[in-house]
Design a protein around this ligand. Sequence first.
Ligand code: URA
Length: 225
Amino acid sequence: MDHRRDHYLEAMGITRWVPRQAAAESHAQISADGGSLPDLDWESLRCRVLECDLCELHQGRTQAVFGVGNSAADWMIVGEAPGAEEDRVGEPFVGRAGQLLDAMLDGLGLSRRSVFIANVLKCRPPNNRDPHPEEIEQCAPYLERQIALVAPRVILAVGRVAAQRLLGTNAPLGRMRGQIHHYGADEVPVIVTYHPAYLLRRPGEKAKSWRDLLLAAQVVASSCG
Ligand code: URA
């Protein structure tokens, strides 16, 4: 990939469409710290994310939001993208939705420090718009590497964007709930639930979400190791 050309296109405000293969290649070739993405250790991956300029979202961010918590956690929580508060603080789920997520985790005897929390996108989309497909394509390899390094016993996908990306489907969220899915070659169990921001708008759905969390807890309890 010609990075100078990309910078020109970017400066002209032209969005480059990035197919899956090209996204993989851009990650493989950018190796200022000497490694391609699938080989990076935790710290190199964090640096790569914090310095990332592969899509136009880097221009509007205060900072990239790598993730927070225990890098050897049993539970990994995956959301959509940082919002305004997360962009300011540099940590996922610190706004109102995050407080609800904390309360949900607390109900299971977990905390944001004992799990690992990350998003599909590491940079805030302007005005909290939905992520564009090419942004997800560019950014998802970071999440894939995070999952490989954490090797969680369960992934809780909160919301449609995270669930659809992890499961490679366009299915509606309601149809993905209530089942144990699997992610990647290691077949990490994935449980899908509502996004906490949705639960703030529709508190009546909290009971269903709690059932999803209990299913995830059951998956962790029944896995060995
Ligand atoms: N919503 C998300 O999906 N992630 C965050 O970090 C904050 C809000």
